[in-house]
Design a binder for this molecule. Structure first.
Ligand SMILES: *Cc1c(COP(=O)(O)O)cnc(C)c1O
Length: 406
């Protein structure tokens, strides 16, 4: 991989017409180590956030020994870079053939369920391949209600009283049991985890079966920087969240159990920026070479506002307007369909023009992991970059990748 000091240096050297991902391995290591040092339990990186080989390898080298995985491809990539990392198979609804692959081939011994029929599947596989199911830990995923940019409890999780039944059933069969939840991604309320832990306490007390762990899931917010257009924009800091988790763990008597967390976004967001090129400026519209089907998938980046900087093409001699004046541009993506238009604008200097580049920072989470081959466009160029995105000329713009509201 080519190496550069920063995004602007890479853009000016390569003059890329294709999107370029700038990877910052030391930032990834720093953020992984920071999380590990603050969280009082096991850190299992959520592979779906960004499962690029370079990310998994860097995390393994940095000492991450556990991964939250959800599919055969994720089992494979983790195993490829670490023969002994622990994998937690935390998808509540699994294909039976995938459960079998996990238990038999990958020797995974930790899974999750949120329904009794899923317990039947796991037990059936254990019997079929003759493994001792009393050595298998099955977490029960608890429904939670919190305020996250993406609420995952709508889709998964057992209601508290149902979770009580599931825990008792698992215990009766002989599985080791734990309680887990996932509060959604990019949580916005500092007491989200506390509420979920209170609910886990209610479940634990009523189920009254031995537990081997409490898994608090992911959701830890990345610091994308403030969006000046939002008055209520408040991201709880990681230290404060950890304190609230720590307090809740003590208050609700979970301090006798090993803790697990499954952070994704907070670990890999800052590790990548993305250089896109303005293929055409048409008035207040910018047509760029990336979009919702590639790295700017609205479904995930939806509510985030990332910092962005313009990298002017030095071959453009004459520009109209004031480079200090930041104005909104409508951004049209690379593909031929009319869906590929970002619903919120990018705020950039009014001098931006055809041929300039835009570097979008903090885009390591749920960006390249979601890119598709739609219409034949598949960005896949990576460079390694030394400086963190914030270093150097201050980002003047913002990439507001929001689909809702405004
Ligand atoms: C996606 C996911 C995560 C990671 O969430 P982040 O918000 O990126 O930290 C963790 N656990 C589960 C079960 C997930 O589905």
């Amino acid at each position: 991989m080519d190496r550069y000091l920063d995004g602007p240096e890479a853009a000016l050297a390569l003059r890329p017409d294709q999107p370029v991902y700038c990877f910052r391995p030391h930032v990834l290591i720093e953020d992984a180590k920071r999380f590990q040092s603050l969280f009082p339990g096991q850190t299992a990186y959520a592979v779906k956030t960004n499962g690029e080989p370079m990310v998994i390898k860097t995390l393994v080298d940095a000492g991450v020994t556990a991964f939250d995985v959800a599919s055969p491809a994720e089992f494979e990539i983790v195993r490829k870079y670490s023969p002994d990392a622990e994998m937690l198979y935390m998808h509540p609804v699994k294909a039976q053939s995938d459960i079998r692959l996990a238990l038999e081939h990958y020797k995974i011994r930790t899974l999750v369920v949120d329904h009794e029929d899923e317990i039947v599947k796991v037990l059936r596989v254990c019997r079929a391949i003759d493994i001792d199911h009393t050595q298998v830990t099955v977490f029960v995923r608890l429904q939670t209600k919190g305020h996250a940019a993406y609420e995952l409890s709508k889709k998964f999780g057992a209601a508290p009283s149902h979770a009580v039944d599931l825990l008792r059933r698992l215990h009766r069969i002989g599985f080791k049991t734990g309680i887990c939840f996932h509060v959604g991604s990019q949580i916005e309320d500092a007491d989200t985890y506390e509420k979920a832990i209170a609910s886990a306490y209610w479940v634990r007390t009523r189920a009254n079966v031995p537990l081997v762990g409490l898994d608090v899931g992911g959701g830890f917010p990345a610091d994308y920087g403030r969006d000046p257009k939002k008055t209520n924009d408040f991201t709880p800091g990681l230290e404060a969240l950890m304190q609230s988790i720590d307090g809740a763990v003590k208050e609700y008597d979970f301090d006798d159990l090993p803790l697990v967390a499954e952070p994704g976004r907070v670990i890999c967001a800052r590790a990548f920026s993305l250089i896109v090129r303005v293929l055409l400026r048409k008035g207040k519209r910018l047509y760029i070479n990336d979009g919702i089907w590639a790295s700017l998938s609205d479904s995930w980046t939806g509510k985030m506002t990332m910092p962005a900087r313009i990298i002017p093409d030095p071959t453009i001699r004459r520009r109209n307007g004031d480079p200090e004046k930041i104005v909104p541009f409508k951004v049209c993506g690379a593909t031929c369909d009319s869906v590929d238009i970002l619903t919120r604008p990018f705020y950039l200097p009014e001098t931006i023009d055809t041929g300039d580049w835009i570097e979008i920072g903090n885009i390591g989470a749920y960006s390249l992991s979601l890119r598709s081959h739609f219409n034949g466009f598949y960005p896949d160029t990576f460079v390694e970059v030394e400086n963190a995105f914030e270093i150097g000329e201050a980002p003047t713009g913002r990439a507001s990748l929001e689909t809702m509201g405004d």
